[in-house]
Ligand binder design. Structure first.
Ligand code: B12
Ligand code: SF4
Length: 468
């Protein structure tokens, strides 16, 4: 049995904790436990400023292995975490996993000092790696890993879990988390802090949006309806959770399955609240589906529209049918669901007129809330290639905030035009009396709404650092 510390670095803005349960680590934790290991999860949101708790855990508990799960924005804190680890336990094997290392294994090893990278879904590969390390066997050729072999980074491609393997996984290790941390933080759904649990019912997405890291692969793999409902029943009746956030990349790809899950929730779970913050594919929803969402307890949904321009929809390979999306939004609002939209401004070749048309689309829509983001070409995406820059240098994590991840202007707009349309977007959308009234009436927590308004102001007022 090995003691394995699983660390979740964070990227936060002061006093604004928007975090999600570290699902990847909970899945890895449950498999490790099944193999007789002793895993512990540490979420750095709890000691974000000084990593004091983490330092104590590493010093006192002395794990045999350390795993770190990170996305692109968490690189800066990962550097600090690595300093703490190497200071206290210089020789402990450190394994990186998650979206960023999976896309950048060489940099994870050379620049950040990981001993191994597990690429893609880690449940089976990580457990195998630990087993091989414990037996003292060669780690040079384990598929799905990267490591230094003869002074070179050797990458051994892996494969995604099959649907059968996905369904065979035990439920996530909820017991490894400090639930109070998530209950007091702002969740992905942005409806205020309260106890809730996150659920992943499928993995992978067949679409090919150019800005997406596509970390879960192109094959949609679904958990069985029975498995999803059993997980929710266990959370509801054994652990007392009444609120759930479903964060699949494409929850509504298979309409029949969606209807079966929602009907099951309605009939078997009783009085629960559901949120779909990682967005539903709006043009694949029949308007009448939204009533079933509501009957099952849905409080909020997000729709990722990104742009109203058919030209740009094609260019970014999202190909969203805007007319159908409008039907879905209207149906969701009519059903009494808090409906939010995600929009992106500043795609390559995007003109001021196109960006402004997207803003107008949002303003005229029935959406309660809209989030506008400036397009960020992250390394490893097709968008980064389209933007044609040395993105690892140009997108500087030190200069990012949650709202302004982009430090680049890759559009056809001047920096001034981009800033203008971005600010106008928020002002035009929210300074609309009818919308403000509806938003206040629908929003589940007024305090959280006021806090969002405060951060909205920061968003509008702070300077955007283009080409910094
Ligand atoms: C929840 C979520 C959020 C939450 C929480 C983010 C966080 N810091 O944890 C919120 C809403 C805050 C968020 C925000 C953003 N997000 Co986000 N988000 C997600 C989402 C939808 C789900 C993550 C999840 O739980 N997945 C399910 C679990 C099971 O998968 P997993 O975590 O990847 O874990 C598996 C493997 O990666 C691996 N693994 C993971 N960790 C480890 C560790 C070890 C040791 C090992 C061995 C293996 C391993 O094994 C796990 C099990 O199979 C993903 C999309 C996705 N499908 O994953 C995007 C995603 C992670 N987000 C992404 C991005 C870009 C962002 C933003 C930058 C967006 C923006 N504003 O521009 C912001 C950043 C905000 C911030 N504060 O850092 C990208 C990350 C790309 C990258 N290369 O880093 C993703 C992948 C979306 C995408 N497809 O492009 N996000
Ligand atoms: S629909 Fe979402 S998960 Fe799928 S490719 Fe587009 S951004 Fe990525």
């Amino acid at each position: 049995m090995s003691k394995i510390l699983l660390i979740k670095p964070r990227f936060l803005i002061p006093n604004f904790l928007q975090i999600t349960h570290p699902m990847g680590l909970m899945y890895i934790g449950t498999v490790l436990k099944g193999k007789g290991h002793d895993p512990k999860i540490h979420d750095c949101a709890s000691d974000y400023k000084n990593l004091k708790i983490l330092t104590r855990i590493i010093g006192d508990w002395k794990p045999d292995f350390i795993g770190i799960s990170l996305i692109a924005t968490e690189l800066e804190q990962t550097k600090e975490i690595m300093k703490v680890i190497r200071h206290i336990l210089p020789n402990v094997p450190v394994i990186f996993g998650g979206p960023w290392p999976s896309a950048n294994p060489e940099e994870a090893i050379r620049t950040f000092g990981a001993d191994f990278v597990v690429m893609g879904e880690g449940e089976l590969i990580f457990t195998k790696l630990i087993d091989i390390l414990n037996k003292g066997l060669s780690t040079d050729s384990i598929s799905g890993t990267a490591s230094i072999v003869k002074s070179e980074v050797k990458i051994n491609p892996g494969h995604y879990l099959t649907e059968e393997e996905l369904n065979a996984l035990p439920f996530p290790a909820w017991e490894l988390l400090d639930h109070k941390l998530y209950a007091k933080s702002t969740s992905f759904a942005c409806v205020g802090s309260r106890p809730y649990m996150t659920i992943v019912t499928s993995r992978g997405c067949p679409f090919k949006c150019v800005y997406c890291h596509q970390t879960m692969g192109k094959v949609f793999r679904k958990r069985s309806v029975q498995s999803v409902l059993s997980e929710m029943e266990e959370l509801r009746f054994r652990h007392g959770f009444k609120e759930f956030e479903i964060i699949d990349d494409c929850f509504n790809l298979d309409s029949e399955r969606v209807r079966a899950i929602l009907t099951g929730i309605r009939d078997r779970l009783g009085d629960v609240k559901l949120h779909f913050p990682n967005a539903l594919r709006a043009d694949m929803l029949e308007p009448e589906d939204m009533f079933l969402f509501k009957q099952a307890g849905t409080v909020s949904v997000n729709f990722a529209i990104e742009t109203s321009s058919p030209r740009l929809q094609k260019m970014i390979h999202k190909n969203l049918n805007i007319d159908k999306a409008v039907f879905a939004i209207n149906a969701a609002v009519k059903a009494g669901i808090l409906s939010n939209g995600f929009f992106m401004i500043g795609f390559p070749t995007e003109t001021y007129e196109e960006a402004y048309a997207t803003v107008e689309f949002a303003v005229r829509s029935a959406l309660h809330r809209a989030y506008f983001f400036i397009v960020t070409p992250f390394a490893g995406t097709e968008l980064a290639e389209m933007a044609g820059q040395n993105i690892n240098v140009a997108v500087n994590p030190r200069k990012m905030t949650y709202f302004y991840t982009s430090t680049l202007n890759i559009s056809a707009m001047s920096d001034r035009e981009l800033q203008k349309v971005f600010r106008l977007a928020y002002i035009r959308f929210y300074l609309y009396p009818k919308r403000l009234f509806k938003l206040t009436a629908y929003h589940p927590q007024i305090f959280s709404l006021l806090r969002s308004a405060f951060f909205l102001l920061i968003r509008i007022l702070s300077p955007i650092r283009c080409n910094a």
